[in-house]
Design a protein around this ligand. Sequence first.
Ligand code: MSP
Length: 531
Amino acid sequence: MSESKTYYVTTPIYYVNDSPHIGHAYTTVAGDVLARWHRQRGEDVWYLTGTDEHGTKVERTARKNDMEPQAWVDQLVENEWKPVLRTIDAATDDFIRTTSGRHKEGVEAFWEKVRDNGDIYEGNFEGPYCVGCEEFKLPSELLDGDGEEKLCPIHSRPVEMLEERNWFFKLESFTNRLLEHYEKHPEAIQPESARNEVISFIKQGLRDISMSRSVKNVTWGIPLPWDSEQVVYVWFDALLNYITAIGYGAREGTPEADKFASTWPANVHLVGKDILRFHAVYWPAMLMAADLPLPKHVFAHGWLLVGGEKMSKSKLTGIAPEQIIDHFGSDAFRYYFLRAISFGNDGAFSWEDLSARYTAELANGLGNLGSRATAMVGKYFDGVLPEPGPYSNADLALQDQLVAAVEIADAAITRFDFSGALAAMKSFVDAVNMYVTEQEPWKLAKDPKNTDRLRTVLYVMCEALRGIAILYNPVMPKAMGALWGRLGANPHLGPIASNTIASAGHWGELPPGSLVSKGDGLFPRLEDPSE
Ligand code: MSP
């Protein structure tokens, strides 16, 4: 297999038992920022998302709504899950559905291969199952409910007791290989708390696990090619999306096979912490069983909490992304969750905090800087970016700070530290605002003797904003595209997204003479809905 050249990032594929809420959008935004950032590093990027459409949970929801599962998933995917990508401004490269032909073919090919390799056998399963998690549970993990009832610790709902004939995957036999892999690649699971959790889970001892379910209990799935009485267990169908979407199983020499060779292994699977075990234990074991390389990183992020609990539609705490975006816009939505919550930790969502950060950091901090710079070039130089004169120490210090901000932000994003990157960018915005306060260009404008200095200060402000726009573009593409336009950068530097992250720190790229325009505020002041 050829060396992977593509930066391949994935989101989990979402269950279509309901509509998207901001917990789902959170992962997709993080993946989108990563994808946009790496594209702006000049890398070849592939960003995949999609929907997980089989299994008991989806089947039962469809039937409860008096619909056939296929009709149910078709309408939800088209009316809710695909449109939400536009709402949150996610630029994905592909959307995989587990009910699609290409996925089914890949799933069949994969399990045939694992069976040929001798890692599957027939047996009987008996034990608890949580339909919410679509997971076989260990009795020791369960909470006590009313009477005899046992509850899933994630869903606080009763588990079901299963007894059925299944095909088993020899998970246990991969124990040592998994431990060796994680020993050799400590960066493979992040953050560290997630890595520790996985390693201690593996060390407790892995048990073989059902890779299929009996059609007596679940019909909504992909039939096993060698046993029509069984469908593939939904997780062992869903995880395969990461390879079926990029051409796994395609005949050698076809474009699909080339795509697979240049894209796999994934650089990172972004997942919520509740589905870490599937991605960091079962999935790598499956890949080993099929003789495939393992993903470079699995990053487990925390949950958005409401009232101290994981936000979820089933607990009626789900907030739809458009409830926030209609008021604050998609840029602020994207910015807020990555800035306010350290990626990997849980975060409590609050309208007050969102509103406060919007006003302080976006409207007053960044937006105001953009308006001031472009308005002053308009007022004092008829909208033509002036030529700078000799640079003072303050000008040079700011240039150094920009270079440092680019380096810090780039290093942070490449290790999935979004809040660290955004903090570095914000510090630079604050430094530029401080510079403006100290240089007082409005005073310089009062005396023609100071015109040269005024030219320099306004040039420094606009050039700093060019760097800021490039850095913030992966997070807030709409506002930064608008800022780019107002700086008059397009004719000389091309579209903002074609400017590399490194170029943000190359001082002097915005040519004097560029046509600068003021336009509306980048982050309009919010109307108080109670007024
Ligand atoms: N279908 C599986 C994933 C299969 S991947 C091969 C699944 N789907 S899900 O729709 O239930 O969840 C998808 C993702 O959304 C998970 O990463 C989950 O952690 C995330 N979130 C769901 N609610 C969340 C919050 N309240 N907060 C943050 N993320 C949450 O699991």
